[in-house]
Design a binder for this molecule. Structure first.
Ligand SMILES: Nc1nc2c(c(=O)[nH]1)N[C@H]1C(S)=C(S)[C@@H](COP(=O)(O)O)O[C@H]1N2
Ligand SMILES: [Mo]
Length: 330
C-alpha cells in the first residue's frame, strides 16, 4: 500500500507571503495573464495545465504557450491529479444558497466575503476577533492538496491554500476544560436565498470537532484554492478542510469558533442523527443507512473507485481513534 510520511502529504507545499498571495489573486482575475505566470505557482488552472500537457512533445503552438518543462500538474500523494479549478468552483454543496450543486456558483457570485470577521472564544484564555486580512497576514499561507469525499459518494482532489487550525488555537489558548471546538457559519437571509423564513434547516450551519482532531496538523483553515483567494461557492473567505472526514464537516463561511466542554450539536447531526454522526470519519465499511460507502465517483473520472479508510489518511489519523468502536462512534 501507499506508505507516506506526513512530510510528503503536500508534495508541492508552497508558502505564500501575503503580497504574493494577493498578486496571484490579481493575476487570476485577468485570464489573459494566466499563462504568463511561471514557476512553482504557474499552474493556476489545472484545466489549462492539462490541455497544455496533453500536447507535450509537440512544438509550441503560439508565443503564449507555457514551455512544457515548467508545467506541473498538481497531484495528491497517490499521484491522482487535482480536479480542474472550474469543476471545484462550479460543483458545490452550499445549502444556504441552494440544494442544486450546479446552481451555487451563480447565486454566490455577488456574495460579500469582505469585510469579514471571525470571533474565537468560549473556553479560552485569550479570546480574539480577527479580520480575515489579519489571518492571511499572521499565518503563513501554504498549499495542501487534499481529497474531499462527500458523504453522497463523490470526491475531488483540491489544492487548498490555508493554515493549520492549531496555529490559531495556540494563539487563543484553550483552557483545560475545553474538549471540543464548535464552528458556526454566517447567518444572513439577505444574502442566502435558502435561509428565508420558510427554510426547514436549523441555520446557521454549524459543525464541530474534538479538540485533538482540531489540533491535528491535517486540519486546515482554508483561505484559497489553486493559489487564489477562495471562490464564494467554496466558502469564502474562510472555511475548514478536514480531509479524513465526510465533506459536510468542512464548514464554509465561518464567522465564529468556540471552544466548549461538551460535544456540540451540528446542523446535520440535528437533522438526521442516524445518518450523520458527530465523527463522520470516512469509512468504507460503514454504509450510510441509505447507500453503501464502499466506493466513490471521482469527479472527472469514469466509473467508481474504492473508498479508502479515513479517506486515505489512516496512517496520520487512526491513532486519534485508538480503542474506539468506529461502528458505534460514527
Ligand atoms: N456552510 C456550509 N458549509 C458546507 C456546506 C453547506 O451547505 N454549508 N456543505 C458541505 C458539504 S456537504 C460538502 S461536500 C462541502 C463541499 O465543499 P465544496 O463545495 O468546496 O466542494 O462543503 C461542506 N460545507
Ligand atoms: Mo457533502
Amino acid at each position: 500500500m501507499h506508505r507516506i510520511r506526513p512530510s510528503e502529504i503536500t508534495p508541492e507545499h508552497v508558502y505564500l507571503s501575503r503580497r504574493r498571495f494577493m498578486r496571484l489573486g490579481a493575476l487570476a482575475l485577468g485570464s489573459a495573464a494566466m499563462t504568463a505566470c511561471g514557476g512553482q505557482l504557474g499552474e493556476t488552472l489545472s484545466r489549462r495545465t492539462e490541455t497544455t500537457n496533453a500536447s507535450a512533445g509537440a512544438p509550441a503552438e503560439s508565443a503564449t504557450t507555457v514551455p512544457t518543462s515548467t508545467i506541473q500538474i498538481k497531484r495528491d500523494e497517490f499521484g491522482d491529479p487535482a480536479t480542474p479549478f472550474e469543476t471545484i468552483a462550479t460543483y458545490n454543496n452550499y445549502y444556504e444558497f441552494t440544494e442544486n450543486k450546479e446552481g451555487v456558483a451563480r447565486l454566490a457570485a455577488g456574495f460579500k466575503a469582505e469585510p469579514w470577521t471571525v470571533t474565537v472564544g468560549g473556553l479560552v484564555s485569550n479570546p480574539r476577533t480577527y479580520d480575515i486580512d489579519d489571518l492571511r497576514r499572521k499565518f503563513d499561507q501554504e498549499e495542501r492538496i487534499y481529497r474531499l469525499r462527500c458523504v453522497e459518494g463523490w470526491s475531488m482532489v483540491i489544492p487548498w491554500i490555508g493554515f493549520p487550525l492549531h496555529k490559531l488555537l495556540k494563539e487563543v489558548q484553550p483552557k483545560a476544560e475545553a474538549r471540543y471546538v464548535r464552528f458556526e457559519s454566517l447567518l444572513d437571509p439577505g444574502q442566502y436565498p435558502n435561509q428565508g423564513p420558510l427554510s426547514l434547516y436549523p441555520w446557521p450551519y454549524s459543525e464541530g470537532l474534538r479538540l485533538d482532531e482540531a489540533m491535528h496538523d491535517l486540519t486546515l483553515m482554508v483561505t484559497g484554492l489553486y493559489g487564489k483567494p477562495l471562490p464564494n461557492a467554496n466558502g469564502a473567505p474562510l472555511r475548514l478542510a478536514v480531509p479524513w472526514k465526510y465533506g459536510f464537516k468542512s464548514i464554509k463561511a465561518i464567522v465564529k469558533i468556540e471552544l466548549v466542554a461538551e460535544q456540540p450539536k451540528t446542523l446535520w447531526n440535528t437533522l438526521a442523527p442516524h445518518e450523520y454522526g458527530f465523527y463522520s470519519n470516512v469509512n468504507p465499511q460503514r454504509p450510510h443507512p441509505r447507500w453503501s460507502q464502499a466506493s466513490e465517483r471521482r469527479i472527472g473520472e469514469p466509473g467508481r473507485r474504492p473508498t479508502l479508510m479515513f479517506n486515505g489518511y489512516e496512517e496520520q489519523v487512526a491513532s486519534l481513534y485508538a480503542g474506539m468502536d468506529l461502528q458505534a462512534n460514527y
